[in-house]
Design a protein around this ligand. Structure first.
Ligand SMILES: Nc1ncnc2c1ncn2[C@@H]1O[C@H](COP(=O)(O)OP(=O)(O)OP(=O)(O)O)[C@@H](O)[C@H]1O
Ligand SMILES: [Mg+2]
Length: 251
């Protein structure tokens, strides 16, 4: 073990479909381009879209990892990862939804510790909402990247989430307003959103990252940001995203 002391970043949201998974994969792409060794953990255990989106296959999952840890069958983390490329590995979600129910959250702390010892960046994708697994994982992660869109219900849910956060004083929460999810979502100004949720928006993902025929690209199993044919028009926005990625890991 080389004791890399990596950073863990968990993506979370109150509302579903805000663009967490796409952002998780794009962040993996950005960190890869920054020369980092990246592990993607798909904790959206009922749906598990990362391995599917990136077109990778393997037999082990987060479920077999937790099982083997608890039953002393675990040898090394590399047995449980699937390679996307030289520097991006994936721990996929269970294939059988029944296995999701058997995942034991007592193993999360040691999984994240091991992951941080072996990777520079550990990105954890989650389902929306705040169930027991998510709360434990958020507690373990170095950074919670809370993703929201400019949508009334989303802002309302975010307001509740932020008031809970204030009570628990989770200072490592960074709020991302995703304007690339849907070009028609622009009801409120950032000033209004701030006033409603009583927290600053830490980062905004520009609408220039909106991809019209995204399904076609997802079906090709690529990380969108690494696809050279996709020209993200505004270089400044791209730079902003890279800066966000760097700031999240204090670089
Ligand atoms: N940059 C983008 N350009 C165009 N459409 C996007 C973009 N990002 C997200 N979307 C749309 O939003 C959908 C949901 O995105 P994604 O799966 O990343 O959300 P999620 O927050 O992970 O959802 P869930 O809560 O269900 O896991 C995508 O299938 C796509 O249709
Ligand atoms: Mg998702």
């Amino acid at each position: 073990m080389n004791n890399r002391k990596g950073k863990s970043i968990i993506l979370a949201s109150s509302k579903g479909g805000v663009g967490k998974t796409i952002l998780t994969m794009n962040l993996a792409g950005i960190y890869f381009e920054l020369g980092k060794k990246v592990l993607l953990i798909d904790m959206d255990i009922n749906k598990g879209t990362i391995a599917l989106n990136l077109n990778v296959k393997g037999s082990n999952t987060i479920f077999t990892l937790t099982e083997d840890l608890l039953n002393n069958r675990f040898d090394k983390l590399s047995n449980y990862v699937i390679k996307f490329n030289d520097n991006i590995d994936i721990i996929q979600a269970p294939k059988d939804p029944r296995d999701s129910l058997k995942i034991d959250s007592r193993t999360f702390e040691s999984i994240i510790t091991m992951a941080k010892n072996n990777y520079d960046i550990v990105l954890i994708d989650t389902p929306c909402g705040f169930d027991k697994n998510n709360i434990i994982l958020m507690d373990e992660a170095d950074v919670i990247l809370y993703v929201m869109t400019n949508d009334f219900m989303d802002i309302k849910n975010t307001k509740s989430f932020m008031s809970i956060i204030k009570e628990t004083n989770l200072e490592n929460v960074k709020l991302v307003l995703n304007n690339s999810r849907d070009l028609n979502l622009n009801y409120f100004s950032n000033f209004d959103i701030r006033n409603i949720i009583k927290k600053n928006i830490d980062y905004t993902i520009s609408e220039s990252f909106y991809i019209k025929n995204i399904t076609k690209y997802i079906l090709e199993g690529e990380i969108l940001i690494l696809n050279k044919n996709l020209t993200f028009k505004d270089k400044r926005d791209y730079k902003k995203l890279v800066n966000m990625a760097k700031e999240l890991i204090n670089e």
